[in-house]
Design a protein around this ligand. Structure first.
Ligand code: FES
Length: 82
């Protein structure tokens, strides 16, 4: 089952994985696809345009077209209510 990143009320885009949230950028570092349309499978974020796949825990690009990693994730915040 896939999910999508979540837009918080303050505008940040985050991925929830387990009890943690990882802030991600608005756009893919490949050609700028909006990452709020990306697909999630566990901690793996797959861009909807060309399939670049990143581990949101580290920002590392795991597969797909050559492009930079995601920026180093911010603080690993516990999900409210967990
Ligand atoms: S824009 Fe994301 S993989 Fe190309």
């Amino acid at each position: 089952m896939t999910a999508s990143p979540v837009r918080l009320s303050d505008g940040r885009l985050v991925v929830r994985h387990g009890t943690s949230e990882y802030e991600i950028p608005e756009h893919c570092p490949h050609l700028g696809a909006p990452l709020d349309q990306a697909y999630l499978n566990g901690p793996f974020l797959r861009c909807a345009w060309h399939g670049a796949t990143f581990d949101v825990r580290t920002g590392e690009r795991l597969r797909g077209p050559a492009c930079p990693n995601l920026p180093t994730p911010g603080p690993n915040l516990p999900t409210p209510g967990k």
